[in-house]
Write a protein that binds this ligand. Structure first.
Ligand code: FAD
Length: 318
């Protein structure tokens, strides 16, 4: 079922969902299952699985030289989506990136999704690779998320890349896109970023999932401004619990988001990571309860592959 259908069927009740990261290649999928199992009691109607950018690794050739290789360290998004769907009978949402893929390769993935019965997708641009100053699309690839939305929407209209084909089976994908309550880091202003979001919606996006935020006022302001410019589709808040001291530095650095003073003070007072984790859980519970009371369609948690804190939050909220 589509994410938007799950939301309609919930008739105003807030749903629970979460996002997973594929394991590093060479690691077992069992660890992922062990983290999903405790969350299934909260009946997520859909689970997202991220896709990671390719990266350069350096292999020691044993002669004092290093071999530079381009590889994807966490492959398997589609396979994981299929296995979770099969094992737990839950809808899965693979994240599709512009970065690192040609349109042709993207089309193959979309065809695979159709055969697997996966009809929800998150359409994302992806970030620059670690050694790049700014995002560079692969030759023959999509430049912005909107281009990916258009490609998916073309398939929904039965239009493949090479129009010589006789299409008797149109795709029917439900398309999610990213939104940024504190604006995307490359965007000159929130208003200009919202205009870009509106363009993605006009191109066929069905729902929005937000970047993490720690101050609900940012989300409420974002939704209000989005509604003002005619974005009417569901806007799902993304929640991440703080778990370690380092999050205070790396989350603002990576995502250009602000952390509230009260949260920073509470983390600073902690003596160890156990206490910090508890502060993060309690903050996320308060955020979730307020968002739920405001009637958000879904609370979507960034689990980063670890479920224990998400389980504790969900047990207080759902
Ligand atoms: P876009 O919508 O293309 O926007 C990127 C920037 O370009 C913005 O600043 C926008 O304002 C601007 N822009 C858009 N259109 C135009 C235009 N026509 N001309 C000029 N500027 C334009 N990353 C991963 O690598 N893997 C994941 O699985 C993943 N999952 C995510 C899930 C969620 C819910 C979110 C919020 C983010 C996720 N990301 C993921 C991160 C995402 O890939 C990055 O934030 C990326 O930098 C932007 O992606 P986007 O889809 O928002 O890009």
């Amino acid at each position: 079922m589509k994410v938007t259908e799950h939301i309609e069927n919930a008739k105003g009740n807030t749903l629970f969902s979460f996002e997973l990261i594929p394991p590093q290649k060479g690691k077992s999928i069992q660890d992922l299952y062990d983290n999903i199992d405790p969350l299934m009691e909260f009946k997520p109607p859909f689970i997202d699985v991220t896709t990671s950018r390719e990266e350069y690794i350096y292999i020691d050739k044993g002669n004092g030289l290093l071999d530079k290789k381009l590889t994807r360290m966490r492959p398997g998004t589609l396979g994981i989506c299929a296995s979770i769907k099969h094992k737990y009978n839950v809808d899965t949402v693979p994240h599709l990136l512009c970065g690192g893929f040609t349109q042709e390769e993207t089309e193959y993935m979309l065809v695979d999704c159709q055969y697997l019965g996966i009809n929800n997708l998150m359409a994302l641009r992806g970030d620059a690779m670690k050694d790049e100053q700014s995002f560079v699309p692969k030759a023959g690839g999509n430049r912005f998320a909107i281009d990916l939305v258009r490609q998916i929407n073309d398939l929904n209209c039965g239009k493949y890349l090479h129009e010589v084909m006789d299409v008797d089976n149109k795709a029917d994908f439900c398309i999610g896109v990213a939104g940024y309550p504190e604006k995307h880091l490359e965007s000159p202003s929130l208003q200009s970023d919202l205009k870009r979001l509106k363009e993605k919606v006009d191109a066929g996006a069905d729902y929005v999932v937000t970047q993490m935020f720690f101050d609900n006022a940012k989300y409420f302001n974002f939704v209000e401004k989005a509604r003002e410019i005619g974005i009417t589709i569901p806007i799902i808040p993304g929640i991440k619990p703080i778990a370690v001291q380092r999050h205070l530095q790396i989350l603002p650095q990576i995502f250009r988001i602000d952390l509230p003073e009260d949260l920073i003070d509470a983390v600073d007072k902690c003596k160890n990571n156990v206490e910090i984790k508890q502060v993060g859980i309690e903050w996320a519970i308060q955020q979730s309860l307020e968002l739920k009371a405001a009637g958000v369609p879904v609370l979507h948690y960034y689990s980063m592959g670890k479920s224990e804190n998400i389980r504790q939050i969900a047990s207080q909220v759902f």
